[in-house]
Design a protein around this ligand. Sequence first.
Ligand code: PRP
Length: 228
Amino acid sequence: MTNEPDMSDPSPIILALPKGRILKEVRPLLTQAGIEPEPDFDDSASRKLQFETNHPGLKIIRVRSFDVATFVAFGGAQMGVCGNDVLMEFDYDGIYAPLDLDIGHCRLSIAEPKELSATDDPRRWSHVRVATKYPNITSRHFAARGVQAECIKLNGAMELAPALGLCRRIVDLVSTGATLKANGLVEIEQIADVTSRLVVNRAAFKTRSVELSGWIDRFRESVDALAA
Ligand code: PRP
């Protein structure tokens, strides 16, 4: 089998997975790929961060979605699952994203209060103040159309910012739209479509190519099998 441990590097491959709702979508892919984590993995109350699997050569770590990219880029993990929103925000050279896992579908959008949207004309903006977890994507997006963006970095609950006077607009992920609606906001422009990707550390992909290619192939087959 191609994804047996490389005897020249006996350390296990570390797979970094994001906590939260994406983890629920990743779980069937793991099963389909023949990866069974130790029982604590499915206990959301567990404080464990590292998990053994049924493969001696594969361990899982559970971290925040933005940190998946950081662990993989710096080689702390050889593989991971993260959204292209995170990849676009960080633009790490050390990450290769060979496979769209067809999970975590959502979009990165600009939103503003419903009342403001009734009269607002985004074509007239020359400067915007935006609350977001994505200052790099946001600045690049607005710069490309000649608008200067002043980003207020938040790590969550962006939807509160307009109501509390931090700014009038936000850039955030939208899935069902329920969070925007519950906070009186409407989507006015989509910046990017987002899905979760299997990502690999580029250096490890060279030195441990047999194992990592094996896992990429397994995940590809699993994505195809679940889509069929
Ligand atoms: C994300 C995102 C929005 C929400 C959108 O937050 O930041 O707040 O989901 O989903 P919806 O359109 O289906 O309502 P998440 O719950 O992942 O937590 P976070 O605020 O910590 O990012």
